[in-house]
Design a protein. Structure first.
Length: 420
């Protein structure tokens, strides 16, 4: 008769999951099974090296228990490092990527298996990690924050299915995942448009001035102008810029991360060899944990540019990564730690690098266009972004007008209103 006794203990729980396995199994079941076995051969010895107990395999992933949160994190980093090193010499179709989620909590042990909230939370955190990445819960962060040499970035308190208590989630920033991050917060609810006719008229007047004074400005976002040909040339590459995540400690800096996203959309739209998904289409995925392959299929693009923005005073850190939507693998990733005054140079560099990664040759004059600064006045630029953000989110027409009026030189504002 089996022993059905059970007991509780505190444990660090790891969930792993192979990226893109289900899609691969549909395309090539034989290859999918080969890679599943290979992935298990790589991971199992690493679990043991760091004191992990592989409780069971769940489809294309593992449930692993550790006595120490630190050992669990070190194990996760070792796994991702081993897979990256292995993939460096492997053909694209045989590269293996996994997502890893970690949590420390109370678990129930019965017949060699584990149950309880400690397990459930780890399972919900794992999908928040990017391909090749690691996400950890707040309790894990508290135990390892000063004990590992890799950056940890807070993602907020995302909604975790069937988990009632809010849980802080952090991303372990690895060299090959510095640009990726899933947006964990909720999208702000839109307010009703209740502005009077006079306010809207004022806003339109400001926009009219900005479109003259600010050559690259687009306050009311519309898709790029269609090509003159009825059918787009099939040789063109295609890309979507997903909303960059606001990683600043101040949530009010959402205007800045959204503004950088929109500026990149505008910049890439000026590259004649690229099709760029419209702002409205890309922002429909804001705050959603959607697989890259699904996004590519819905937006009809071959690549996705995503990343994060952290702004503190006059310092800004931007991470970006370009991902192939066909297989979910990185085409390029990088991070930029600069002064705020270099923001336009970063935008230009990212746009040019994306074009290069997609093997798109810039036409005559396009490089100069991308490098052109819309203004030297950073205060005006930030006011413009705040006004544009207020318009785009339907937050407050009066606030939008106030910001945009502050951007516009007083002489031009008076001229726009018919004054002297």
């Amino acid at each position: 008769m089996a022993d059905t006794s059970e007991h509780r203990r505190l444990a660090a729980i790891m969930f792993t999951d192979m990226v893109g396995y289900s899609a691969l199994a549909q395309r090539n079941e034989v290859l999918a099974l080969e890679l599943l076995e290979e992935h298990q051969r790589v991971l199992r010895p690493i679990f043991g090296k760091y004191g992990g107990r592989a409780i069971k395999s769940i489809g294309d992933g593992f449930l692993v228990e550790f006595a120490s949160a630190l050992q669990a994190v070190r194990c996760a980093i070792a796994i991702q490092t081993a897979l990256v090193e292995q993939s460096a010499s492997a053909p694209a179709e045989r590269r293996i990527q996994v997502r890893i989620g970690l949590h420390v909590g109370d678990v129930v042990v019965r017949d060699g298996d584990v149950f309880g909230d400690g397990v459930n939370i780890a399972a919900r955190i794992e999908p928040l990690a990017e391909a090749g990445g690691i996400c950890i819960s707040g309790p894990v962060f508290d135990q390892i924050r000063n004990k590992i040499d890799v950056p940890l970035v807070r993602l907020g308190q995302p909604e975790l299915k069937n988990i009632q208590v809010p849980i802080d989630v952090y991303r372990v920033v690895l060299p090959w995942t510095q640009g990726a991050s899933k947006h964990a917060g909720r999208r702000p609810a839109r307010r009703r448009l209740g502005a009077g006719v006079g306010v809207i008229a004022a806003l339109i007047g400001v926009v009219a001035v900005l479109l003259v004074w600010w050559p690259t400005a687009r306050v009311l976002h519309t898709p790029s102008a269609p090509l003159s040909d009825a059918v787009s040339p099939p040789a063109k590459k295609s890309v979507a810029v997903l909303p960059f995540v606001n990683m600043s400690s101040d949530k009010e800096n959402e205007y800045f991360s959204d503004g950088i996203t929109e500026d990149l959309i505008t910049a890439l739209s000026k590259v004649s060899g690229l099709h760029v998904a419209a702002r409205t289409s890309s922002f429909a995925f804001k705050g959603k944990n959607e697989p890259i392959e699904n996004i590519g299929a819905q937006l009809h693009v071959g690549a996705v540019l995503e990343g994060s923005v952290a702004k503190a005073g006059n310092q800004v850190r931007i991470t970006a990564q370009l991902v192939n939507t066909a297989d979910g693998y990185h085409l390029w990733s990088d991070s930029y730690d600069r002064d705020l005054q270099d923001i336009f140079a970063i935008r230009s560099q990212v746009a040019q690098t994306v074009a290069k990664a997609l093997r798109v040759t810039l036409a005559a004059g396009e490089r100069q266009t991308l490098e052109q600064k819309p203004t030297e006045d950073l205060e005006a630029y930030q006011l413009y972004l705040k006004g544009r953000h207020a318009v785009a989110t339907y937050a407050d027409w009066e606030t939008a007008v106030r910001y945009l009026r502050a951007v516009t030189p007083q002489s031009q504002w008076r001229a726009a209103q018919g004054g002297e």
